[in-house]
Design a protein around this ligand. Sequence first.
Ligand code: UDX
Ligand code: ADP
Length: 458
Amino acid sequence: MTFEKSILCIGAGYVGGPTMAMIAFKCPQYKVTVVDINPDRIAQWNSDDLPIYEPGLDEIVKARRGVNLFFSTDVEKGIQECEIIFVSVNTPTKNFGAGAGMAADLQYWDKTARQIRECARSDKIIVEKSTLPVKTAQAMKRILTCEDNGVRFDVLSNPEFLAEGTAIRDLEDPDRVLIGSTQTPNGIRARDTLVEIYANWVPRDRIITSNIWSSELSKLVANAFLAQRISSINSISALCEKADADIQEVAHAVGTDSRVGNRFLNASIGFGGSCFKKDILNLVYLCRYYDLKEVADYWEGVIRINDYQKERFILKMLDALFNTLADKKICLFGFAFKADTGDTRESPAIFVANRLLEERARVVITDPKALENAMMDMEGVPGDISYEEDPYAACDGCSAIAVMTEWRVFAALDYERIYRSMAKPAFVFDGRNILDHQRLFEMGFNVFPIGKPGLTHF
Ligand code: UDX
Ligand code: ADP
């Protein structure tokens, strides 16, 4: 079969995999190949057990795999055969050298740029999908064109706005697709090629174009704004707990102002995920680089409040459980950074588990999809830690349950049964406000929600 276009994606992760599956699904006339240096990951993409859990992903991968969607480790061949290359390799926060703990670690991205340059035999459009610091497209262009091998490269920025757990819905019906390009005739032509791909299923008025730096910066700013809403509501949750107000009532009252809007106002144990912290740190680093101290401090405050919220949660547990957690069994309900994903990157549960172990508590973790990742995250951490698929078994003999992830299954459990199996007095710390606190209290639990006064029997 001959295809109209051949598209390659380098990096078969949370972004590359689902995005390419959606392009293949919506555009049967294109051949879509996803390559990765990690052979295990590619083997999983080619198996019945995909490497990431995402509602709806299995169906579209199975429908297109082997037809116009291919997963491979042959990066070189992939580069040679395609016209368009999406780059979605990982860009974690640097943990060494200058900018450690703040700047993006661009080593995977840099290696990819060099490999594209070395393998390419024909003109390519390169699409930045990974979240990158502003002006990375320019650096990429420089790496690509530093040797004249007769090949033309046009670099576009096309940041991904999908959220995990709703990735398929977000890809299928995005609020917007953003494409940044240079404003030269070649840049505009490359941009229009990418617009045509998305226009197969996204209405034209939702495909926004901009200059390349605006596009790169917009991704960081969009995530910073979303995270800022969570830190704002979380900061007020601390006040609600002192002032006998109810954060959900406050959020509702504030969110019904159409200028504010009601989404992303759920007070919680804190935000996690691979993007928010990394992107804000990137933004802060960039501001400091340009000597914009006040701006950097302002955005850094979003992370400070997030750290404060997690620490506050632990101190509340310690205080409620009579200032000692030593040898007490504590069950974490959920380890994923949010519901409907197995991803645990930057999950607040990692912080909580570590702090509980430092207090010498015995920690039991249960999660419908994230136990494997939890085991990897906690590997080598000293202390009494166990993993249990069945939430009822996980609670057995525990002094406290701490809700870390808003999985719907946790709200639907039989709490009378759980209460009977727990050590007394029994505590619930609801880090996601998903449980019926009054009912739990009436059963005998001491209940500590986020942003509401605790309900205790003492
Ligand atoms: C985010 C952005 O939403 C997405 O556009 C971008 O492409 C990647 O980063 P993601 O990290 O997958 O997506 O999940 P998101 O739904 O944004 O949640 C992030 C964190 O905030 C989670 O830990 C979530 O539980 C928490 N959260 C979210 C809250 O605590 N309260 C809320 O009201 C919303
Ligand atoms: P994201 O959440 O941004 O998608 P992931 O870590 O899930 O990030 O995925 C990034 C993927 O990129 C990983 O599977 C990693 O193996 C892959 N990768 C990193 N460097 C390269 C490279 N030079 N060539 C091909 N794949 C790479």
